[in-house]
Design a protein around this ligand. Structure first.
Ligand SMILES: [Fe+2]
Ligand SMILES: [Fe+2]
Length: 330
């Protein structure tokens, strides 16, 4: 986490190598012919102008993160940064630039691991643990968003969505004992793992080239197929059913699934996936709007939403209720 965010900057604040992303760049000159470089700098809390005289900013690129030194001044009634220096940041935390999940990603991972421990079939359990104990995979899985815009489009969104899908699907699984609980757990955890490679998230969420060319459904199925090769305990039939859950989880050809759900578990994971995504989408549309008003949905939704009396919880309140809930379960 960095020392200062844009929303905290006040006249007189001294900045020393604080990372910001360059959003815009323009070169101007005054009546005396002095050139001035004007940048719009951004982070997850907003944007601010930054200026330096006698500079044409030839080495400054848009979209790149720089460590900025300078001081915050008032110029033409605006708060802006008088720049001393900018150096390209060799590393930075994407959470400084992209909004973050209100939930504790590590606690969700621990909960998923606990659920995975209850898988009875050794082959399915070995496969899931291969993912959940792989530090390199987990680093991405904990940070990745689950989408660019529609749902869980923030750092930590993928683990939050995966956990929700698993909990929703398991609740359905408890109602219908004829379903295979192991497949529901494993299918839920694996259904979107391709998103780890489909999306990039440094200063904003974008689709990677791999993601655009292959899509997360195919990437995820390939990753599972690949890892399953090393697990002799996994039955070919279970592997096939897990791949079926991943491939069919969007539920329809028009939404990107190459096959429709044809097992109880695949249909359940698909419905849980849809519910998790849709609740998050509704909440994001409604959360900052005034109470008891009709709110225009996004373009794809094509309907208005009624806010009514939904709770506007703070991040701390969500985390506290989460901790209380997990403690109650133990
Ligand atoms: Fe998906
Ligand atoms: Fe999903």
């Amino acid at each position: 986490m960095k020392k200062y965010y844009i929303s905290q900057l006040k006249e007189g604040t001294n900045l020393e190598r604080v990372p910001f992303v360059v959003l815009k760049k323009s070169i101007g000159s005054n009546r005396n012919g002095r050139s001035s470089l004007t940048l719009t700098l951004g982070d997850r809390t907003g944007s601010i102008l930054a200026r330096r005289w006698d500079d044409e900013g030839k080495d400054i690129s848009i979209g790149v993160v720089y460590e900025v030194s300078g001081r915050v001044v008032i110029y033409n009634n605006n708060t802006e940064i008088a720049l001393d220096s900018l150096t390209p940041a060799s590393q930075f935390d994407p959470r400084d630039f992209i909004p973050q999940s209100p939930r504790n990603s590590l606690a969700l991972l621990e909960d998923l691991k606990k659920i995975a421990e209850t898988i009875e079939d050794q082959g399915i359990k070995d496969l899931i643990m291969l993912f959940l104990k792989d530090e390199r995979f987990l680093k991405n899985f904990l940070l990745a968003p689950a989408g660019k815009m529609i749902h869980h489009a923030y750092i930590g969104g993928l683990i939050e969505h995966t956990w929700e899908v698993c909990k929703i699907a398991l609740t359905a699984g408890e109602m219908y004992p004829e379903m295979n609980r192991d497949l529901i757990i494993a299918g839920s955890i694996l259904h979107d793992i391709g998103k780890v490679d489909e999306l990039t998230y440094s200063t904003q969420i974008e689709y990677s080239t791999k993601g655009r060319l292959l899509g997360h459904i195919f990437i995820g199925a390939m990753a599972v197929r690949e890892r399953a090769r090393s697990i002799s305990s996994l039955s070919p039939s279970y592997l096939q059913q897990l791949l079926h859950i991943i491939l069919s989880h969007h539920g329809d050809y028009s939404t990107g699934s190459p096959i429709l759900p044809m097992t109880l578990e695949a249909e359940t994971v698909h419905r849980a996936d849809y519910l998790s995504a849709q609740v998050n989408r509704f909440y994001n549309i409604l959360k900052d709007k005034p109470e008891e008003r009709w709110v225009k949905g996004d373009n794809l939704l094509g309907r208005q939403l009624y806010k009514g009396k939904i709770k506007n919880l703070t991040v701390e309140e969500i985390i506290m209720s989460e901790i209380e809930r997990l403690e109650e379960e133990e």
